[in-house]
Design a protein around this ligand. Structure first.
Ligand code: UGA
Length: 425
């Protein structure tokens, strides 16, 4: 008997499917993309995530995990139905529920009595009720069960979560979902569906706000001659603040924060709440991205036109191949618009990104730096910190570095005659 159907074999769906199987449950994971499913049946993954391929292959061998085409196929055999569909940002900023509601319509007729439909997708407040209405059956419960996975550490986050949130009117259905994680021993919070839906947005918006605060403080540090690392360390010792998530950078990005902050603004506005504070956080993040491009321009005597710029890092953070809403790409687009000639290196990227078609992709960091007049470091890949700085100096035409992640050894660069601009120093 298959206990769980996971609908959607994307990032969240695969993590849930493999993670739940590893906890001993029988899982059928479905997608509409037949090629994707054919690959997964052979243990080939469509995404880059540490440990995931090994876990999927192991769970395929145990027989607890199965991949198939079509949501109804999977749901016809299951009791719990994890909806892991994309909810992209629609034209008005709200999350687009087309994929979720399409899949719900497909599974509704085949759901066994007593089934629980579990919303994993990040969805606006009220979606659990909307899904329940769209299913239109008294014998099926709907709960909201947001995910808090980070790309690059998704499996670790799944198997050792800070908390498990399950929200819904049917307490028994919520308990059945929470019980799946019994052996993990994480704190479980049972709430109403609306609160569970909002916890996800509130968490991402708060984390984005925290980073914007750090980046604002970094600018203050630059102006007053303080060091952001020391300031954050000093703040972090206060247990109410905490040391995590205080690393300055070029600005936040990725597949979640930009769309979720916009969606929360939209949720608030629909409830006649002007969330100006969050609107400002989003705007300030754009300013930080522009500030990095401005530092490169300043290094190149105020004009990047026709000048060779080496870029290290394109993904939105290290440990992923995801380019969606990448701060690196936003910064490089500004430089490309100014006429810079960009050669980029990223260990997870082999061709020019769609949003940056004219960039040249190098096969290693030193090749990207060859003849460059300025190097800009945009993603914190550890291998970039290990590049030999004498070889870097020999490769570059002019010795200028803008390090938007404070990744490289500033003193060692300065000792080799580099002009250096970091963040918050
Ligand atoms: C984020 C949240 O951290 C997860 O909890 C959430 O589940 C997920 O979104 C989601 O909604 O699915 P993720 O997008 O994978 O996870 O990325 P993060 O590691 O949070 O990084 C987001 C951005 O903040 C990146 O651009 C990263 O470089 C930046 N960042 C992060 C910093 O600049 N400094 C830091 O100290 C941490």
């Amino acid at each position: 008997m298959v206990e769980i159907a996971v609908i959607g074999a994307g990032y969240v769906g695969l993590t849930c499917a493999a993670g739940l199987a590893s906890l001993g449950h029988n899982v059928a994971c479905a997608d509409i993309d037949a090629d994707r499913i054919a690959g997964l049946q052979q243990g080939r993954l469509p995404i880059h995530e540490p440990g995931m391929a090994e876990l999927v292959q192991r769970e395929l061998r145990t027989g607890r995990l199965d991949f198939l085409v079509g949501a109804a196929e999977a749901s016809a055999r299951a009791e719990l139905h994890f909806m892991c569909l994309p909810t992209p940002q629609g034209p008005d900023g709200a999350a687009d529920l087309t994929y979720l509601l399409g899949a719900v319509a497909e599974i509704a007729p085949v759901l066994a009595p007593g089934s629980v439909v579990v919303n994993k997708s990040t969805v606006p407040v009220g979606t659990a009720k909307l899904v329940a209405t769209s299913i239109g059956r008294d014998d099926v419960a709907v709960v909201s069960h947001p995910e808090f996975l980070r790309e690059g550490s998704a499996l670790a986050d799944f198997l050792a979560p800070d908390r498990i949130v399950v929200g819904g009117a049917d307490q028994d259905a919520a308990r059945r979902v929470a019980k799946l994680y019994a052996e993990i021993g994480a704190p479980v919070l049972q709430t109403d569906a609306e609160s569970a839906e909002l916890i996800k947005y509130a968490s991402n918006a708060f984390l984005a706000t925290k980073l914007t605060f750090v980046n604002e403080m970094a600018e203050v540090c630059e102006q007053v001659g303080a060091d952001i690392d020391d300031v954050m360390l000093g703040m972090g010792y206060d247990k109410r603040i905490g040391t995590a998530y205080l690393q300055p950078g070029p600005g936040w990005g990725g597949s979640c924060f930009p769309k979720d902050t916009e969606a929360l603004l939209h949720i608030a506005a629909s409830a006649q709440v002007e969330f100006d504070f969050l609107r400002n956080v989003i705007a300030l993040n754009g300013r930080h991205l522009a500030r990095v491009a401005g530092k490169v321009t300043a290094m190149l005597d105020g004009d990047v036109r026709g000048k060779r710029v080496a870029a290290w890092g394109l993904t939105f953070k290290a440990g992923t191949d995801d380019l969606r809403e990448s701060p690196a790409i936003a910064v490089l687009r500004l430089l490309a618009e100014g006429g810079a000639d960009i050669v980029a290196y990223d260990p997870a990227v082999t061709g020019p990104p769609e949003r940056l078609p004219h960039v040249t992709i190098a096969t290693n960091p030193l090749e990207a730096a060859l003849d460059a007049e300025c190097l800009v470091v945009l993603t914190e890949w550890p291998e970039l910190a290990a590049v030999d700085l004498d070889e870097l100096a020999a490769a570059m035409r002019r010795h200028r570095v803008v390090d938007a992640r404070n990744l490289l050894d500033r003193d060692a660069l300065v000792a080799r005659g580099f002009h250096h601009a970091g963040v918050g120093r």
